[in-house]
Ligand binder design. Sequence first.
Ligand code: AHR
Length: 519
Amino acid sequence: MAIRLRIAQWKRTALFAAVVAALGLVNLVGTPGGALAAGTLPCDIYGSAGTPCVAAHSTTRALFGSYGGRLYQVRRASDGGTRDIGVLGAGGYADAGAQDSFCAGTTCVITVIYDQTSRHNDLTPAPPGGVGGQDDPVPADALPITAGGHTVYGASFSGRMGYRDNSTSGIATGSQPEGMYMITSGTHFNSGCCFDYGNAETNNLDNGNGHMDAIYFGTLCWFSPCHGSGPWVMADLENGLFQSDSGGSENSGYTGNRNPFVTAMLKNNGTNYFALKDGNGQSGGLSTVYSGPLPTSRSGYSPMHKEGAIILGIGGDNSNSAIGNFFEGVMTSGVPSDAAENAVQANIVSVGYGAPSPVGAGTLNPGSTISLRATTACCTTRYIRHQNDNAVTSEISSGSSSLDKNDGTWIVRRGLANNSCVSFESRNYPGDFLRHSNYQLYRQPMDGSALFRADATFCPQAGKSGSGTSFASYNFPDRFIRHYNNNVYIASNGGSHDFDASASWAADVTWAVSSPWTP
Ligand code: AHR
């Protein structure tokens, strides 16, 4: 396994070196902090190619080899104090340990995502707009991942969360050319409007066709056809999410991207051309979704009327019903070359974005991956898994599909509402947790609210049947995670619901914390 990993890593590095060499970039030297040396990170690549970054945002890493400043600011609930989170070293990864210490025993949200260019195009929670009200900041700890071998945090957006900067410097306006990319996830998306990163109106209103130029990712099929089930990379050019000049997809082979890390790219020369690209952020190159004219059958897009604000997680008029994940993104001045984009993708792959490294397995220690097996005599081969967003129990065995095994595996996290208890994050849907609602359990994206945190926190204690483990709900402490007719609830012993029935209650609320089906 270790050898296979090392070969995969070598292949990534070799591919990256080849692309960098082809671009004439130098200084591909590893540093002790795991960072690549100056000259090799996305904004170095775009800069060397003549299309410099005018905005660079990330909660995970530096995007210039020389950047050693702050990445984002967190605010904690206990006293309202704030702290900037920087990188471990120039060109390196986020100092997530600083966040963990500052937020210990309380909860934190991300109040600023700093621009790493010298232009200070910093993003803060978006103000009310034509559609949505004031947006909330994202929770700071909902999306732990690894990058460059370090544990860092992505930004996990639920509805009513988004960021904006209406007074920027250097961002394209009118028909000026620009490019952009973001790393997002094909595991956390919806069809709400609009999970965007890019150029938008400066007054939070829909000012008409062509007043936006942002990457969209999700399943909102604005113009048909959309092929497959998505989610798709599209261009939000205002009053439409475009996959081509005609609106709908002209690429029947593009059915969406469900990888946990997705590279989404857009470039737009402002007068008559735009291109969309899609890639797996963990391996391989980019594929072109569309490259061709700007829309002409609808007025206003050719030429464009860009306004130069920056949005993240929302639409141009602050439509804020979308969900999504964000790890990094940049905007450039000028239309980047294909070679520069390929080098950026190779750099992204070289980072080795991945799921958090499990810390042990089969235990309730934070970071451990586990599966939860029922112990009632009927059901000792059934495990808690998610299916269609519900928590259920189903039979899982060594011969089960990898989907079933993934769905039946959970990562133990410190309790979102109380860190002496635990929360269970989905193995294959990073940022989604097991939570109860109306006493039933579901897999849902963590929205940062106090209610979600409480609903997703469970306190382990000795199993009620005399062995194993029972999990008391944090906010309903006389209710325990129970299976009943293969659904999963928080149930009290002899309460008013059918799933509170006393018969078999002790066995049904007792679980075997087991080795994970997907380590
Ligand atoms: O273009 C799609 C969306 O339409 C924009 O993001 C928003 O401003 C409008 O509602």
